[in-house]
Design a protein around this ligand. Sequence first.
Ligand code: HEM
Length: 451
Amino acid sequence: MTLLHDSGTRAKLFTVRSALWSLSKAGDPGARLMSLQPGESPYPVYAAVRARGELVRSKLGVHLTGSHPLCQEALRDPRFGVAPISELTRIDFDRHAGGRRRYVQPVDDSFLSLNPPEHTRLRKLVAPWFTPRALRARTELVERTVARELDELARRPRFDAVTDFAVRVAISTITGLLGVRTVDHDRFVWWGMTLAGTLNGVRTMGEVRETRAVLGELEAFFDELIAHRRRHPGDDVVSRLVECEADGRPLERKDLLATAQLLFVAGFETMVNLVANAIVTLLDGNGGNGDGDDGGNGGGGNTVRHRLAADPQLAEDVVEEVLRLDSPVQYVARVAREPVELGGHRLRPGSTVVLLLGAANRDPSVFAEPDRFDPGRPNSREHLAFSAGAHFCLGAGLARLQATTMLRELFRRFPALASAGPVTRRPSRNIRGVIHLPVAVRAPSRSEPAA
Ligand code: HEM
């Protein structure tokens, strides 16, 4: 049975890879996007999409748009529902599950993938944890966490700004919110990385197996946490979910698990990438990796980091501008639920549109000199990094709070922070970020090698 499933999956993966390869060679914009290599900048592809028009059809069977007004229109229009990125590149873990039972999935089974009214019913349950009031109550805790991690790092001449700093703060915050008892950073990072990778469309049998393994571990972990919180409720999201009813009905196990898992995964994966993208931009304005991939930001980061060290209030503007210039979530998809017109095109029900948020955030019709890193630009908050409409990121306020605190305090503590080695970019097309970012707490002297 497993072998049969495996050979079906293998065949599907082969078809996907071959189709992407040949369509990409033929210049298809969707295939070109789905074929980006790890670390390759997406921005030239977006420019090519934009050059072809506001709404472009791909032979993958989807439309693409990098237009800010069109992305915004589709995100806010209830005639569009949520959609998987692309049916063609998607592996259905239900069918390709090796003949065993299906695990709950944080993206596909949660309210992120539901339309109203089910979406509204579930989102409402956790929304109270993300109100401005709830965030104000959490501010001190975030500040203490950041200070504690920086105290540790101050003992070391070098550290990894991703694994030793951003990951630790983000995981500590989200696990505190969820009421997780034991924190295993390495394991959580592996879960987050693997699941974020599935948003690209899985390509190899190794990825299929790894994803299944992670889904199994994640489900067991949250089953155990839910059982614990039933017996020992605390002041946390999982305890609240356990006791609550949605519209007079008790929450089903699948909804409870998927909601907790969604918050967990969404709560640190993108968060870490935002902070990492910001540090990379600030350190030398050249992507920090010597490959010239600064996303064309004009090398302004180095000047800004000195201003930031002198004026910590600038951190908010830096966070907003990095969200715009180098968005952690590069695209989302929507499907027309009824006939609808977008950008002068008539879309039939079932038509999928890939909304290139990373491109919309550099749309020259909205942002002047869009490739330039310019914290404090007048309309920087008009970016779509947190999406828009019904699915606007629930954690946007918490993300802003954490990122601002981390950057402000990092550069206040270590004003001479410097790059200390090559940056390892995330091998992902949709989630843009960094896995490793070595830094030194002072600039290396002439006699000291940089790495
Ligand atoms: C820099 C950090 C973050 C970025 C860039 C980001 C981005 C996004 C985006 C683009 C969406 C919408 C997807 C769509 O429209 O299909 C989203 C949804 C969501 N995000 Fe975030 N996010 C971040 C941080 C967080 C944090 C810290 C949390 C929670 C602790 C969180 C929780 C959620 C949830 C629950 C949703 C689903 C909302 C819904 O479907 O109604 N996010 N996020």
